[in-house]
Design a protein around this ligand. Structure first.
Ligand SMILES: Nc1ncnc2c1ncn2[C@@H]1O[C@H](COP(=O)(O)OP(=O)(O)O)[C@@H](O)[C@H]1O
Ligand SMILES: Cc1cn([C@H]2C[C@H](O)[C@@H](COP(=O)(O)O)O2)c(=O)[nH]c1=O
Length: 216
């Protein structure tokens, strides 16, 4: 049975790498994938991983009907044996419905990859729809870690390493925090709710105002 699978996790946990591996393994067996992406850091029409691999993708536009795009592609003699959608959090809920229709009406597997929640730990609309519709939601096995060593479950947006909680939901970026630049850092829930990034934790530890806590 074809499936809609949502591979979800924090930033930097290997989602795009897995997407590229699925693509590689299937194309190595002669299958042909339709690859969608949106706002990849590597640029328009790309699906890229931090491990350095990159492939071409169809850049999804606002209002684009993904089901109609596939039907059109197939009716012109194009091939598509499965579908990959990276950065799926950036897709509109209607586009996720269209991907579900690709599974149900065209009989193709759809593998969607994306972060579930934004920097305020609120669901992206596209991710919410994926959770609602997916046959399976898979959490990636490679754990991204918080600076404290716990499993990272949340995405923080930072400016110069300091967590911010105001701003647009979508700001394309990477897990870096050079001065003045918008970046991201993955944190455990405790440190996300305390707004404590690696930089602010280090600064607090060095501060003369912080009294040493005797160990119990
Ligand atoms: N230099 C490296 N050596 C080994 N693994 C790396 C290196 N750089 C990145 N990675 C791996 O790549 C993962 C990020 O992969 P990527 O597919 O770009 O993540 P995502 O799409 O989830 O944001 C990191 O969690 C890490 O496991
Ligand atoms: C938390 C959060 C992230 N983003 C952006 C930042 C990146 O461009 C992508 C995530 O890509 P990755 O391959 O999973 O690292 O999403 C955003 O726009 N808004 C947010 O709140």
């Amino acid at each position: 049975m074809p499936e809609l699978v949502f591979f979800s996790g924090t930033m930097d946990c290997g989602k795009s790498t897995l997407a590229l591996q699925i693509e590689h393994n299937r194309s190595a067996r002669g299958l042909s994938g339709m690859i969608f992406s949106r706002d990849d850091r590597a640029g328009e029409g790309k699906l890229s991983s931090r491990l350095g691999l990159v492939t071409d993708a169809v850049e999804v536009e606002d209002g684009q009907d993904l089901y109609a795009y596939l039907v059109d592609h197939l009716s012109r003699g194009g091939r598509a044996d499965y579908v990959i959608a990276d950065e799926a959090q950036f897709l509109a809920p209607e586009q996720i419905d269209q991907l579900a229709r690709v599974v149900d009406d065209l009989g193709l597997d759809v593998f969607a990859f994306g972060i579930t929640t934004d920097f305020r730990s609120k669901l992206f609309p596209g991710s919410q729809r994926l959770v609602e519709l997916a046959d399976r939601v898979e959490v990636l096995q490679v754990e991204a870690l918080c600076w404290c060593g716990a499993r990272a479950t949340h995405n923080a947006r930072t400016i110069g390493g300091v967590m911010v909680v105001e701003g647009a939901q979508v700001v394309v970026g990477d897990v870096t925090h050079s001065a003045d630049e918008v970046g991201y850092e993955v944190l455990c829930r405790r440190h996300h709710s305390r707004r404590m990034t690696a930089a602010t934790a280090r600064a607090a530890a060095l501060s003369p105002d912080v009294l040493p806590v005797p160990s119990t």
